[in-house]
Structures are given as structure tokens and as C-alpha cells.
Design a protein. Structure first.
Length: 206
């Protein structure tokens, strides 16, 4: 099966809502991220997920490192959220807003669980400078066409050219082999309080 060649461009702040709309279904049933939004009612759960991802997208767009693959109809087919070496996932001045948002969306227990998971992710990240692929997501209608890995390769190229290694976390074991085929090697494991786990991957620059 050939991979459709979709145009890729740098994301802008105008893409924030559209990127969020890709992330919500992409991680809806994810083994790690799915349980982070525990509301029993689907509409409330969607509100939790949308509020959380919108905040995270807003932080990512502070850096010029998020890229989108655009479908023929102008919608977003996939998104790659990268952070440059040394960049914080959430800027220090935005931490109070993050705390308030997670508490409002998830309640005290849910917010504590999300914060604990974030700390576990952070503890596993290598100290060696690297580009961080925070999220790679494909819209439901574009899954199964190789769009995600094609976007990864295209957007990682600039780091490769600069001699910068890259790092990512796989929260869905079904994606692990795909990353290994792209030259990533298992680096470690993040184990969460509920017993879930994520495998981390590292790729040296060529």
C-alpha cells in the first residue's frame, strides 16, 4: 500500500482547535492516556480530553516545532508535536494555569493522577540534549495509510541534519514496531501508579 503524499507545513496558532480535534480521538482509547479522562459520561469525558489537549497544544505552539499534514479538503490528517532540545513541555509561568485546569476538569484525584504521570514521564527523559516528539497523531479517517510515520520522517529530518538525536514515548504497544522500523531503539520504561506502562525510544542522529 502506497502512502499518500500530503503537504506538510508548520502549524500556527490558528491550527490550535484543529490539532486538538485530531488529538482527542487519537488518544481516546490509548492504554495510558485514555484512563486519564475517567468521566463515565462520554460527552463529559470528551470535554475533559478536549480541555486538556487544547492546553497542551497551546504550550506546544509556543515553539515553532509542531507540523501538520494537510488533507485535500484542507482538514488536518496528522500532527507531529515536537519540542526542541531543552524546551519544557509546560513553561514554568504556565504551571499554575495547568494546575488549575486539571483540577477543574478532573477533580483532585484525577489531577493528582495526571501530575504523577507527568512526573514519571519527566523522570525517564534523557538528560542528553535531544528533540522530543511529544505527540504523533493521525485523524481517524486517515489511519492505516502510513501518514503518521511519513510525517515523523519528514519533520525529524531537520534534527537529523543538525546532528540532534530524537526521543519519544510510546503509550500504545501496537506502535512500538513502527518506531523500531524508523530507527528508534527501546530506551526505558515508564511505569504508572495504576500499573500501566509506556516504552521510551531513542534514535541517534545519522
Amino acid at each position: 500500500m502506497s502512502t499518500p503524499k500530503l503537504p506538510v507545513r508548520l502549524a500556527t496558532v490558528a491550527d490550535r482547535a484543529a490539532i486538538t480535534q485530531v488529538l482527542v480521538p487519537a488518544f481516546w482509547d490509548d492504554p495510558v492516556w485514555g484512563p486519564m479522562f475517567p468521566a463515565p459520561d462520554e460527552s463529559e469525558r470528551r470535554q475533559q480530553a478536549s480541555g486538556f489537549w487544547d492546553f497542551m497544544v497551546g504550550e506546544a505552539l509556543h515553539y515553532p516545532d509542531t507540523y501538520v499534514a494537510v488533507a485535500p479538503d484542507g482538514t488536518l490528517a496528522a500532527v507531529a508535536v515536537w519540542y526542541p532540545p531543552g524546551a519544557a513541555e509546560i513553561r514554568e509561568e504556565m504551571l499554575p494555569a495547568y494546575d488549575a485546569l486539571t483540577l477543574e476538569l478532573l477533580g483532585a484525584a484525577g489531577a493528582a493522577a495526571v501530575h504523577d504521570s507527568g512526573e514519571r514521564f519527566d523522570a525517564e527523559r534523557p538528560r542528553q540534549p535531544h528533540a522530543y516528539l511529544n505527540f504523533l497523531a493521525v485523524a481517524p479517517e486517515w489511519r492505516g495509510h502510513g501518514i503518521g510515520m511519513a510525517l515523523l520522517r519528514e519533520t525529524r529530518a531537520r534534527y537529523d541534519a543538525a546532528g540532534i538525536p530524537s526521543y519519544l514515548e510510546s503509550t500504545n504497544p501496537g506502535n512500538d514496531l513502527r518506531y523500531e522500523r524508523e530507527g528508534y531503539r527501546p530506551h526505558g520504561t515508564v511505569v504508572f501508579a495504576d500499573g500501566g506502562a509506556a516504552t521510551t525510544f531513542w534514535r541517534d542522529a545519522p
